[in-house]
Design a protein around this ligand. Structure first.
Ligand code: C2E
Ligand code: MG
Ligand code: MG
Length: 575
């Protein structure tokens, strides 16, 4: 310390004799003082930090507090007639998390003060480790509520609040606001294969890379939950979208850098969607869902890339919204109906059951296939009431056939369940209630769940399947071959039937194709499952399937899906 003048020298002594860590920053948030206690507490040498940005050593939430504090202070310092005492009133006692040199985050509580020479001000503070006895300050509580525990990033609530403010600020000006949604590709596989601790480490690493990806521009970041992150950009002119685009580019590249976990490295990719607006009447959640739609488009193109929300996507969103809107009314107006397609026992040539397939009798568009509205129903949650209706309708139909002698006791009804339905906590009770209500014995109902829906969250699915199984219904894995099954799960799921996807049946004409189907049939039989071949259209396919020992078949060769009235009397269900 050089003794330049008495006042400065005394100031230094005050700082050094202070039992707490003393830190001071200037109006650019660069560190100007760092005393001996700060060196001891946080592990950083004074010489390492003087002149460095304070943002390098504090947590994300503290960053927000300091940024806001400094900008308010700057405005007040520029207004000459505001006294220091008045300026200090805006600062409560602070809770700031500081990154120790060894990487630990230390939560400190502190008192702040300011010094000013004309418009040049400095903010200083005395900090000590917050002790549990202090009790959490209101700032800490607020921080916990508004930040993600794992990464320290703002959470959805805080992000939406700020996004709302940013959009409101657009009024009358020429500014713009942009949002980036980033979603890691196949993150679930990492969690499943390496465990949640590794998954957590990966998320923390990704968060810290995102913090650096803005370059000179610091976006507001957020962890939306799971493996989804958000960034928001504001710009006084129209360039928020460009900033967001440049950020997404750097962010995706930085995520692709290998991530060290223990001895090995993980390689990740991510997908990003970007949406921007210059309109004050834009809704924050609409902007977010536009960016989300763009991100999903990037995923649909194979991931590892970014997409901008543009006119084409806007048209798609409008179409989806229209579909959702009319789908809402379709249930009430009884526009939904079920078609049934026979499932045939190959060796006995008998129809053992039917699969219920939904159709929408749209007032203007005519008969609409499920592929065009089931995804919308799933996304909007409408699949829950629609799915319950399907179950009820299908079960009473079979009950009806049984009472008219169109089905014997073994005739089976197969109903499709979507992922969203098996996630729903009420699913087991719904199935039980419907069976009770319609009087259909559980052994006459098979529930089909696609392979991809099952493997999406295999552990959760396992619990639901076991609960459904305990009611006495049969379970089928649908569209087998289109997802990525883990053999160990396939073995653990209490399944009865495996349905080989039509795409494999289509390849039965060539040698390799039939070898694959043979392997699937053998695997299924080894696991004690019976096999249905889906989409059988020709006698030649049926011959190969018979030869390979496939149990059942379903397809246009036997019948297209038809209304119940067309089936009555035509088939007698049952073995
Ligand atoms: P899925 O469960 O795999 O149903 C088989 C699909 O293949 C049906 O299409 C059926 O019409 C079609 N198909 C059957 N045999 C042949 C054939 O020989 N050739 C060709 N080209 N196609 C054949 P659909 O009815 O359009 O249903 C499509 C998908 O929609 C279903 O696939 C199922 O995943 C879903 N779905 C249908 N109804 C429901 C429902 O009530 N709830 C849920 N969650 N999903 C449903
Ligand atoms: Mg099916
Ligand atoms: Mg299928």
């Amino acid at each position: 310390m050089v003794r330049t003048n008495d006042a400065a020298w005394r100031f230094q002594q005050v700082i050094e004799s202070c039992p707490d860590a003393f830190v001071e920053i200037d109006g650019n948030c660069l560190i100007t003082e760092w005393n001996g206690e700060a060196e001891r507490l946080f592990g950083w040498r004074r010489s390492e930090l003087l002149g460095r940005s304070v943002f390098g050593i504090i947590g994300e939430q503290a960053t927000d507090v300091v940024e806001q504090g400094v900008s308010v202070f700057r405005a007040m310092a520029e207004a000459e007639n505001v006294s220091l005492a008045e300026m200090m009133r805006i600062f409560p006692n602070l809770a700031i998390d500081v990154r120790h040199k060894d990487g630990r985050m230390l939560l400190t509580s502190g008192m702040v003060f300011a010094t000013r020479i004309d418009a040049d001000f400095r903010l200083g503070g005395y900090f000590r480790i917050a002790t549990p006895g202090d009790g959490p300050s209101p700032e800490v509580l607020d921080r916990d509520r508004l930040h993600d525990q794992l990464t320290g990033l703002p959470n959805r609530a805080l992000f939406m609040r700020r996004l709302g403010v940013a959009i409101d600020d657009l009024g009358g000006s020429t500014g713009s606001v942009a949002v980036v949604v980033i979603d890691l590709d196949r993150f679930k596989a990492i969690n499943d294969a390496l465990g949640h601790d590794v998954g957590d480490d990966v998320l923390v690493t990704v968060a810290s890379r995102l913090r650096l990806a803005g370059g000179g521009v610091r976006p507001m970041l957020c962890r939306l939950g799971g493996d989804e992150f958000l960034a928001m950009f504001e710009h006084p002119a129209a360039q928020a979208g460009d900033l967001a685009d440049a950020f997404a580019e750097v962010a995706l590249e930085s995520i692709e850098e290998p991530i060290d976990v223990g001895e090995s490295e993980i390689f990740l990719t991510a997908s990003a969607g970007i949406a921007s607006t210059d309109r004050r009447d834009c809704d924050a959640s609409q902007l977010l869902s536009n960016a989300d739609a763009a991100m999903h488009e990037a995923k649909g193109l194979g991931g590892k890339g970014k997409r901008l929300f543009g006119d084409a996507m806007r048209a798609l969103v409008v179409e989806r919204m229209t579909t959702e809107h009319s789908l809402h009314r379709a249930l009430d107006r009884r526009e939904l109906t079920l078609f049934y397609q026979p499932v045939v026992d190959i060796s006995a040539s008998a129809t053992i059951g039917v699969e219920a397939l939904i159709r929408w009798q749209h007032p203007e568009q005519g008969l609409v296939a499920p592929d065009r509205f089931i995804p919308v129903a799933e996304e909007s949650g409408l699949i829950i009431p629609i799915g319950a209706w399907v179950l009820e309708e299908a079960c009473s139909q079979l009950r009806n056939w049984r009472s008219h002698g169109d089905s014997d006791d073994s005739g089976m009804m197969e109903v499709n369940l979507s992922a969203r339905q098996i996630d729903h906590p009420g699913i087991v009770t719904t199935v039980e209630d419907i069976l009770k209500g319609t009087g259909l014995p559980p052994e006459n109902l098979t529930l089909e769940i696609t392979e991809s829906a099952l493997m999406r969250d295999a552990i959760a699915a396992l619990g639901v399947l076991r609960a459904l199984k305990s009611i006495g219904v049969s379970l089928a894995i649908d569209d087998f071959g289109t997802g990525y099954s883990s053999l160990s799960y396939l073995q653990r799921f209490p399944l009865d039937i495996l349905k080989v996807d039509k795409s494999f049946v289509d390849e039965l004409g060539n040698e390799q194709g039939s070898e694959i189907v043979a392997a699937v049939i053998n695997l299924a039989h080894a696991l004690g499952l019976r096999v249905v071949a889906e989409g059988v259209e020709t006698e030649a396919q049926l011959d190969v399937l018979r030869h390979l020992g496939c149990d059942y078949a379903q397809g246009y060769l036997f019948s297209r899906p038809v209304p119940a009235t067309e089936l009555a009397g035509k088939f007698s269900l049952g073995a």
